[in-house]
Design a protein around this ligand. Structure first.
Ligand code: UDP
Ligand code: MG
Length: 325
């Protein structure tokens, strides 16, 4: 990302960039900024707070701009519409200038007080320090169960090893972020991408709190979408499944033909009747449609990449200082 060196915060390069996606977080925002500022100021290094408003429908953007006029190290990035959490984080990483970049949610489920522990590991020489949830308050059994099943599935079928029970809350070294920023895929699964790049990685455990205010934006539908992105982004397994299944059913058919011939010649009625035929036809019709759908899933993603549209559209210039109103 090219920057113009014509404004105040370009003068010092911050050591830390804290990147926060925001979607309808007006209630948590002041509390989040206060707590994060207390933690980060205590470290005694220059730092910036990059807050990305992901097309919020409440007054998150106004509150954000308001805070930015008061604190010089707050850099607002305003999206023209809602692009989703992963894209919001991506935009924040594009504009982050720190030597270490910290991704954190605004709802205070990831306590900012954990950040110094992440930084400690970074000082020890780790380039990716991800936060591992020890326990999760205020989340349903269903959410926890699906989340854990999801991680196990990903680790089984993809080439990458994503640590269990981690979210996007993590610290990444400049080197890692530079690599990630060059990966412009539209369907993004940052946890996977940051595992894929390698480097020295380590986890730090913490207790995940309940949401400070508001509701989760990750509905079941969005979780399924993210799971699909993770799977299609890092493996061809679903495509291979139809190949395996094709071979398997061909083998079964080959074996079945002589069996049916022999039983018929022996006068048995075991393999007659429309029901049997109908079930077989419906079953393989279903399998074929599912296979087509899987292929379609990959083609759709391919199409998104080929079009090469920008990942996000901004309605402000993050390099320009926010004017006091
Ligand atoms: N978020 C976002 N865009 C969206 C949905 C969520 O930027 O379309 C932000 C949200 O404000 C929060 C973070 O992403 O800071 C995580 O979202 P949420 O708390 O809803 O997810 P959960 O913690 O339940 O997985
Ligand atoms: Mg949350």
């Amino acid at each position: 990302m090219p920057f113009s060196i014509n404004n105040y915060y370009m003068a010092t390069v911050p050591t830390y960039s804290v990147v926060v996606p925001l979607f309808n977080e007006s209630e948590s925002l002041p509390e989040f900024i206060a707590r994060t500022t207390a933690v980060m100021d205590a470290l005694g290094q220059p730092w910036e707070l990059i807050m990305v408003d992901d097309g919020s429908r409440d007054n998150t953007a106004e509150i954000l701009l308001e805070h930015a006029t008061k604190a010089e190290n707050i850099r607002p990035i305003l999206f023209a519409r809602n692009f989703g959490h992963q894209i919001a984080v991506t935009a924040g990483m594009d504009y982050a200038r720190g030597t270490a970049i910290i991704l954190i949610d605004a709802d205070l489920q990831d306590p900012p007080e954990v950040i110094p522990q992440l930084i400690e590991k970074w000082h020890e020489g780790f380039e990716v320090v991800y936060a591992v949830r020890r326990q999760r308050d205020g989340e349903s059994f269903f959410k926890k169960f699906t989340a854990s099943a999801f991680y196990r599935l990903i680790n089984r079928i993809t080439d990458i090893e994503i640590p269990l029970d981690t979210g996007d809350f993590r610290l990444m070294d400049r080197k890692v972020v530079d690599v990630l920023n060059r990966m412009r895929e539209h369907h993004r699964f940052l946890r996977g991408m940051s595992a894929w790049v390698g480097f020295r990685q380590i986890g730090v455990s913490y207790d995940r709190a309940a949401r400070f205010a508001g509701e989760t934006n990750y509905t079941l539908g969005r979780m399924i979408k993210l799971a699909l992105t993770a799977i299609t982004g890092f493996s061809f397994f679903p495509l291979q499944v139809s190949t395996y299944f094709g071979f398997l059913s061909a083998a079964v058919a080959l074996l079945a033909i002589p069996v049916v011939i022999v039983t018929r010649l022996m006068g048995s009625q075991a393999f007659t009747g429309q029901a049997t035929a109908l079930i077989a036809v419906l079953f393989f019709g279903g399998v074929q449609l599912i296979s087509l759908g899987i292929v379609g899933e990959y083609i759709g993603r391919l199409y998104d990449e080929v079009r090469g549209r920008p990942l996000y559209i901004l309605r402000n210039n993050p390099d320009e200082p926010v004017k006091k109103s």
